[in-house]
Design a protein around this ligand. Structure first.
Ligand code: IPM
Ligand code: MG
Length: 354
């Protein structure tokens, strides 16, 4: 298992260090794991004046999987857009062809009271958001800021989805649904956007190959509302890049903390990049208070999707559960009055439970 480790910025290095401890524990148990570190994001800019240095992309291309922390920091906010840390992330996603982004939102029974919703609305919640990751308005050309004939300046972006892009992610969605409860909701804005009308047409067509899956469609504004009204109605949510960006942050809050949400971004051959859904949280970086569980759970997803080791994935997930059952909490998931532990201590506890 050749893994590229890209800690990135902010809390990235500290949370990734905990996930690396988990990988090292698995290695001392006999798994053949090879890890190599490289820079991305602001760290890439600092080291090589590029948020995705060539050496990093090359290492990622030569590895079976990538473990990533997070990118971004205040000191980079005023750089020109191509140099900004986020570009490193967008370029590695595009460069590796990682079009299928899986963001599971699961509520652990131990954390049901940390959710921003009432326990009865979220207890037992288990949603899989599948976000298309390499198309849409994120990558559409042309884009920029231009001056119109009347002298006024205008910002513009282009939203588009080609048929093949929609088809391949729809197939992934139906295949995931087949392994779960055979229910998929495709989210779009087909009442306004042509791109969405086309998206709906193609998803409906692909559905014919999966007659056992019950497909529904929902407008994104309604989906945002339904996620906080009755989230348990959802099983698999399939959506485009920008809607998926927004809905997955919303869904994370149902689970108690965005610090609990892992993700997998896969190419057509299950090569993947694994990262927590949260950002680099520069305000708490270096204080040893970040929650490493989303990153550790991302390693579980890596074992499941890239290495087809469901047994190890479950072993890691069980270790995380045990740690929570022991009452161990970082600040973001601690209920009032509960003692809090730091990032490192949480990583150690998971390794011990493993
Ligand atoms: C995410 C993030 C990224 C995105 C940013 C950091 C570019 O918000 O992974 O959801 O918008 O995709
Ligand atoms: Mg986001």
């Amino acid at each position: 298992m050749k893994i590229a480790v890209l800690p990135g910025d902010g809390i990235g290095p500290e949370i990734v260090a905990q996930a690396v401890k988990v990988l090292e524990a698995l290695r001392s148990d006999g798994l053949k794991i090879e890890m190599e570190h490289a820079h991305i994001g602001g760290a890439g800019y600092d080291a090589a004046q590029d948020p995705l240095p060539e050496a990093t992309l090359k290492l990622a291309q030569e590895s079976d999987a990538v473990l990533l922390g997070a990118v971004g920091g205040y000191q980079y906010d005023n750089l020109p857009r191509p140099m900004r840390p986020e570009q490193g992330l967008l370029r590695i996603r595009k460069g590796l062809g990682l079009f299928a982004n899986l963001r599971p939102a699961m509520v652990y029974p131990e954390l049901v009271n940390s959710s921003s919703l009432k326990p009865e609305l979220v207890s037992g919640l288990d949603i899989m958001i599948l976000r298309e990751l390499t198309g849409d308005i994120y990558f559409g050309q042309p884009r920029g800021i231009r001056t119109l004939d009347n002298g006024e300046r205008q910002g513009f972006d282009t939203m588009h989805y080609s048929e093949s892009e929609i088809r391949r992610v729809a197939h992934v969605g139906f295949q995931i649904a087949m392994k779960r409860n055979k229910k998929m909701c495709s989210v779009d804005k087909a009442n306004v956007l042509d791109t969405s009308m086309f998206w709906r047409e193609i998803v409906t067509e692909v559905a014919k190959e999966y007659p056992e899956v019950e497909l529904s469609h929902m407008y994104v504004d309604n989906a945002a509302m339904q996620l906080v009204r009755a989230p348990k109605q959802f099983d698999v949510i399939l959506t485009g890049n920008i809607f998926g960006d927004i809905l997955s942050d919303e869904a994370s809050m149902l689970t108690g903390s965005i610090g609990m949400l892992p993700s997998a971004s896969l190419d057509a051959n299950n090569k993947g990049l694994y990262e927590p859904c949260h950002g680099s949280a520069p305000d708490i970086a270096g204080k040893d208070i970040a929650n490493p569980l989303a990153t550790i759970l991302s390693v579980a997803m890596m074992m499941r999707y890239t290495f087809a080791r469901e047994d190890i994935a479950q072993r890691i997930e069980t270790a995380v559960r045990k740690t929570l059952q022991q009452g161990l909490r970082t600040g973001d998931i601690a209920e009032a009055g509960m003692p809090k532990i730091g990032c490192k201590a949480m990583g150690d506890a998971v390794v011990a439970a493993l």
